[in-house]
Design a protein around this ligand. Structure first.
Ligand SMILES: *[C@@H]1O[C@H](CO)[C@@H](O)[C@H](O)[C@H]1NC(C)=O
Ligand SMILES: *[C@@H]1O[C@H](CO)[C@@H](O)[C@H](O)[C@H]1NC(C)=O
Ligand SMILES: *[C@@H]1O[C@H](CO)[C@@H](O)[C@H](O)[C@H]1NC(C)=O
Ligand SMILES: *[C@@H]1O[C@H](CO)[C@@H](O)[C@H](O)[C@H]1NC(C)=O
Length: 310
């Protein structure tokens, strides 16, 4: 990825923006030096506590020595939760201010006329996710090497069974490579699960819809899955990861993204490097892109998860 080299040399200002504005399917390796010992920042992710505790406990939240309120990924399943709409949530950048956003994902700039989709916040059931804080993220990443790779999630066009089988073979190969190459004392490995697509509007009950076109609200039905997520492959991921020697942090983004039918680039993206023409936009059945996501948007929540686990 473009900024790997410069990140290796020195994390500089453009990197702040880059961290804010990027992210795709990735494997993310970095050298940790017990992040908490370098940092001692205010834990801004207290576990969900009662209103009373909150009133009484504010001192301890401000006390950097007490990290009992730290976000604890072992305690909290970030994959289970809900999207909450809150207009006082403002993204840290817009597609007009962030120079790193590819035109393909700049939905508002490309003419999308609703911006509800930027005001949804993912709330896990059992904890509060820390907000993405670029300064803290930078400090946590300081002196660490970022290595990016990509692991193709299964291609379409195979029989379901073949896909799962070949996916398992590929993932095992990857896992063996990690196990034989990576020193877990020095390196942390992250694995992001598949990003779902939204091609079948019937699946979320919009009988008269056209795929993800013109959707402005997430699916609210808890536990919703669609055929844009391959759950067979999710099982493969879980079983391969379980058997690995090197511990892998799985960023389980699939279901939380599955709710977000409203957040794809739809007709406000590009086709072969060009914005859609008016004729193409008028034909969302064929031209709406229900695979990629607008930025800012859902991928920022993936970043937020990564940030929480750092
Ligand atoms: C909306 O977000 C703001 C800022 O984080 C927060 O203070 C407020 O409590 C939130 N409102 C709701 C209804 O969650
Ligand atoms: C916004 O765009 C949609 C098509 O995506 C259109 O149906 C709607 O009328 C537009 N709304 C406004 C306020 O322009
Ligand atoms: C988009 O949805 C809105 C209602 O949410 C509707 O008024 C509008 O006509 C739709 N636009 C198109 C082009 O279907
Ligand atoms: C990810 O979370 C979903 C629930 O949202 C669960 O069904 C699935 O097994 C998890 N996948 C992995 C690889 O942990």
């Amino acid at each position: 990825m473009g900024w790997t080299k410069s990140a290796r040399r020195k994390l500089s200002l453009p990197i702040i923006t880059a961290i804010l504005c990027t992210f795709l399917a990735f494997i993310f390796l970095l050298y940790p030096e017990r992040v908490n010992t370098i940092l001692r920042f205010k834990p801004n992710c207290p576990k969900r506590i009662s209103a009373d505790d909150r009133a009484l406990g504010s001192d301890s939240i401000d006390n950097p020595a007490d990290d009992s309120f730290d976000f604890d990924p072992d305690e909290c399943s970030v994959a289970h939760g809900k999207w909450v709409f809150n207009t006082s949530i403002k993204p840290l950048y817009t597609d007009r201010t962030c120079p790193y956003i590819d035109k393909q994902y700049s939905c508002i700039k490309n003419g999308r006329n609703d911006s509800y989709y930027v005001h949804w916040e993912w709330q896990p059931d059992d904890c509060i996710l820390p907000r993405f804080n670029p300064e803290i993220a930078l400090r946590k990443l300081k002196g660490k090497r970022l290595i990016w790779g990509e692991f193709e999630n299964g291609e379409e066009g195979y029989e379901e069974l073949d896909t799962a089988v070949s996916y398992r073979v590929a993932l095992r190969t990857w896992a063996n490579w990690i196990d034989s190459t990576i020193n877990p004392q020095k390196t942390r490995v992250f694995f992001t699960t598949m990003s779902p697509s939204h091609q079948k509007n019937k699946e979320w009950g919009n009988i008269n819809g056209i795929r993800c076109f013109n959707e402005t609200r997430p699916v609210m039905k808890k536990g919703h899955w669609g055929s844009g997520s391959n759950r067979e492959m999710m099982k493969v991921v879980a079983s391969v990861m379980r058997r690995m020697k090197v511990p892998v942090t799985v960023l389980n983004i699939t279901q939380l993204s599955e709710y977000r039918i409203d957040a794809h680039t739809s007709i406000y993206g590009e086709l072969q490097g060009k914005l859609l023409t008016d004729e193409q936009r008028a034909d969302p059945l064929h031209f709406a892109d229900c695979i990629h996501w607008c930025l800012p948007g859902v991928p920022d929540t993936w970043n937020q998860l990564l940030f929480a686990y750092l």
